[in-house]
Write a protein that binds this ligand. Sequence first.
Ligand SMILES: [Zn+2]
Ligand SMILES: [Zn+2]
Length: 147
Amino acid sequence: MSKNPTSSLCEAWLDRLSANGYRLTQPLQAIVDILASSDHALSPVDIFDQGRRASPGMGLVTVYRALEKLEELGLVQRVHHPGGCHMYLRAAHGHEHLLLCTACGRAEYFAGDDLSGLMETIASRSGFEIREHWLQLFGLCQQCRGD
Ligand SMILES: [Zn+2]
Ligand SMILES: [Zn+2]
């Protein structure tokens, strides 16, 4: 077992991709490395900019295809940004909610909320049987607040 959690996550993703029949090209490995180690939600163009440093021949289409595969396999998830663009982040482990800094894209998952009271209220008001929820909070991280 690797001691570095980032590189073992990266290896686990590459294993999953290869087990699902994907060829582990250099650009794909660079993209996996970026997403597995990032604590920021990244747009496809962000990934492209960073990826070209490691893999100069990388094209933007490769980034979109890789994101599609990684999303299909549940390894990354799409994050909504108030600016309207889609960003990508490593998927949550189990049930976690997301905090996103709207200034720099820093993203953090958190667990341990108790929304059951709110869910019950919404269910009884709407008549819905609520089975899942996905909560994303927007704000400014500590760095962007200038603290
Ligand atoms: Zn920030
Ligand atoms: Zn919850």
